[in-house]
Design a protein around this ligand. Structure first.
Ligand SMILES: *[C@@H]1O[C@H](CO)[C@@H](O)[C@H](O)[C@H]1NC(C)=O
Ligand SMILES: *[C@@H]1O[C@H](CO)[C@@H](O)[C@H](O)[C@H]1NC(C)=O
Ligand SMILES: *[C@@H]1O[C@H](CO)[C@@H](O)[C@H](O)[C@H]1NC(C)=O
Length: 346
């Protein structure tokens, strides 16, 4: 969950900044340090319990039929833009997979110029790919399709499949990501799914992975015991008819999770037995539960952060692996700060 919380926030007066300001006031008033250690689970449960339905989710509360909350997976999706040999040739240690809407070329460029530029880290090869579905405009505005094609020919980092790219179809995007990784990266140790509005410290990530388990490993912002939301006004509403359990199994928030490369095949096998719900990270958690594979907590707290703490130290960006940003544009600024911190011996 949380994937489109940014677009959600942009549409309401409750921007993250304002919300953070309110929390800060509360923090000052109560004098507690609790909010400095704002954990992913409290972050997510607040988001999950109090956000109201956004028009982007495309879900009508008037029609709580299960079919709307189940997506068409497994299915025979085809890549229309692909890099069939690149991963096998480069043999990266780590592959970063970034879901992004077809029209968001600007976010792709910012990533290519920030953390996407880190292609050799501690002697390990790292590569990234952007995951796209079909744009709603596809067919109607040909120049746009042309633009993605040119971008693909220039950068060789676009994977586009033939399903409609919508919030509702994110589970399809995640599953075809596992399909692609499984069939294209036989000599890769780890992959990470990471959203385009995230800060990513590739050095810190590779450092963690060099001493992490090579098998049955998935980590990130791990959430346990999250309630299934039954309020039709919730952005993450799930009717009993689609999922009868009252709590989700443990799952890693979709903003950014890392996994060993033995998992894609297993998750795909599980998906044949687990009904595909539209909330992609929850669905991966359901497949992991089916497989009986436990999620791993990061080696220490504060590596995968939901927000920048108010009293962020002068070495903040070198000390974390991920942090959610307001949008991809903020990444350019944060990247300069990160590099300054790294050069100053943080
Ligand atoms: C969320 O909404 C409920 C009522 O719907 C309220 O009791 C609760 O305090 C709210 N939580 C937050 C974090 O705002
Ligand atoms: C994707 O999502 C849209 C609605 O958001 C839906 O109409 C479409 O059928 C979905 N599936 C595929 C495979 O594109
Ligand atoms: C690459 O992967 C293939 C298939 O899994 C395996 O047979 C081969 O030994 C691997 N090579 C290296 C150098 O790891």
């Amino acid at each position: 969950m949380l994937e489109s919380s940014v677009s959600k926030c942009e549409k309401t007066p409750w921007t993250r900044a304002q919300r953070w300001f309110c929390l800060l006031m509360l923090f000052l008033m109560t004098g507690t340090f609790m909010l400095m250690f704002y954990s992913p689970s409290s972050f997510s449960s607040q988001y999950h319990s109090n956000l109201t339905r956004s028009s982007v989710s495309g879900i009508s509360p008037d029609d709580p039929s299960a079919s709307q909350y189940i997506v068409a997976y497994p299915n025979q999706y085809q890549f229309i833009l692909d890099e069939p040999n690149r991963c096998q040739q480069e043999r990266p240690f780590l592959v970063l997979m970034i879901p992004v809407a077809p029209h968001n070329g600007e976010a792709r460029n910012i990533i290519r110029n920030t953390w996407g530029k880190e292609i050799t880290v501690q002697g390990q090869v790292v590569s990234h790919y952007f995951l796209l579905g079909l744009s709603k405009e596809e067919g109607r505005t040909e120049p746009f399709k042309e633009q993605v094609l040119q971008e693909s020919q220039r950068h060789h980092d676009i994977l586009q499949s033939n399903f409609l790219d919508s919030y509702h179809n994110l589970t399809i995007k995640t599953m075809i990501m596992f399909e692609w990784l499984h069939s294209h990266c036989p000599n890769t140790s780890y992959a990470m799914k990471v959203d385009s509005d995230m800060f990513l410290n590739v050095h810190k990530l590779v450092g963690m992975l060099l001493i992490a388990p090579r098998r049955l490993y998935m980590t990130g912002m791990v959430t346990r015991g999250a309630p299934v939301l039954r309020d039709p006004n919730s952005k993450w509403f799930m009717p009993v008819s689609a999922l009868s359990e009252s709590r989700y199994p443990p799952y890693a928030l979709g903003l950014g999770y890392v996994f060993s490369m033995d998992l894609p095949k297993k998750i795909l096998e599980a998906s044949a037995h687990v009904k595909a719900v539209y909330i992609e990270d929850v669905y991966v958690g359901m497949c992991m539960e089916y497989l009986g594979i436990a999620l791993t907590d990061p080696p220490h707290g504060g590596l995968f952060r939901a927000t920048v703490p108010y009293l962020a130290g002068s070495c903040y960006w070198t000390s974390v692996i991920t942090t959610i940003l307001q949008n991809t544009e903020e990444l350019s600024k944060v990247w300069v700060t990160y590099q300054t911190q790294a050069q100053s011996g943080c």
